[in-house]
Write a protein that binds this ligand. Sequence first.
Ligand SMILES: Cc1ncc(COP(=O)(O)O)c(C=O)c1O
Length: 386
Amino acid sequence: MHSDTFELGIDALRARRTNKWHKFPDDVLPAWVADMDFGVAAPVLEAMHRLVRAQEFGYAARAGVLEAAFVRRMASRFGWQTQAEDAHPVGDLVQASFASVMAFSDPGDGVVLQLPSYPPFQDAINATGRRLLDNHMRDTGTRWQLDLDAYDAAPDPRARVLIFCHPQNPTGRCFTRDELQAVAAFAIRHDLIVVSDEIHADIVYAGGTHIPLASLGPDIAARTITITSATKSFNIPALRCAVLHFGAPALRERFFARLPARLLGAPGVTGVDATVAAWDNGQPWFEEALIRLQANRDWLARTLPQALPGVRMRTPEATYLAWLDCTKLDLPLPAGQFFLDRARVGLNAGEAFGARYSAFTRLNFATTPAILEQVVGRMSDALRHR
Ligand SMILES: Cc1ncc(COP(=O)(O)O)c(C=O)c1O
């Protein structure tokens, strides 16, 4: 089933005008930015064809359509009951995280962020004149864990917001209910508004369950803005469509008192229709994608110890991203640069996720087994011949 959308060859991938396949020269195999070397679900394609067939590009009549689809999806997928009035369509999650930081803090205020972190969250703090209160996660030897105690030991009196990434990019952690309860207690204890980025929520492997932070209870919901979209799971990030959900009406009021809705803009009709089609009718496609992602993840976990000796990976519980710790290798260059120069593989530079992570690199394994083997093979050769 669906083999045409999951088994694209390198020529077809390179022929796509995507950033993933065009950032680096043609002799580099890209395994960086978080989209998938797959196609899309048939219902998503049909939604796009329908717009094209009807040449339907006038101002769209879609009031409430995305919000209603969000409510259905959160209920069916996560058992989370939400109200359409609390959801607001936006163009993308990075925009939503910037907007939330600006709405719930002032210049000079502190924003707590777990590191290593998806780089634009650091931008949302630094570019808006807020102060980054870095809260580093810890590698316990088996997995990456939050270290809330480290922040508790030296809290900042002007901390206003916590940007929380769940599942976590780049460590691939899917936090447990106990961990989430600790995060909720932490936010309440320090009186923080939480921006909970749950864009990777669907991509959780066997044994894990995604629990929306705001679903834990009314106390945490009242201070949580959840941001999510169908773009990661359904491979449609260029369509720019996301949802910002306020856990209580008072949060919504505070947000729009600071930022007029018209300033945020709105997703385009392609994004809305693709998202609704994906959420309502794309699940069979997604389930097949997830099986393939899990097979790649398992292959990596089995193969890396021999192929990349000294490189440490804590098997991701979620996301299609592998966070590779190359500290033990003592590489002559930052890890991302080393593999770009010597292996001709385009990974994400660890230092973008936090200055102290230059000996780390992030590998995107959402590709075909053949390409993944080539990526790891090239990295392996580079290490052997260094
Ligand atoms: C955690 C996280 N948030 C947000 C995004 C980007 O979302 P958007 O394209 O909607 O800005 C990504 C993309 O990789 C991500 O990993």
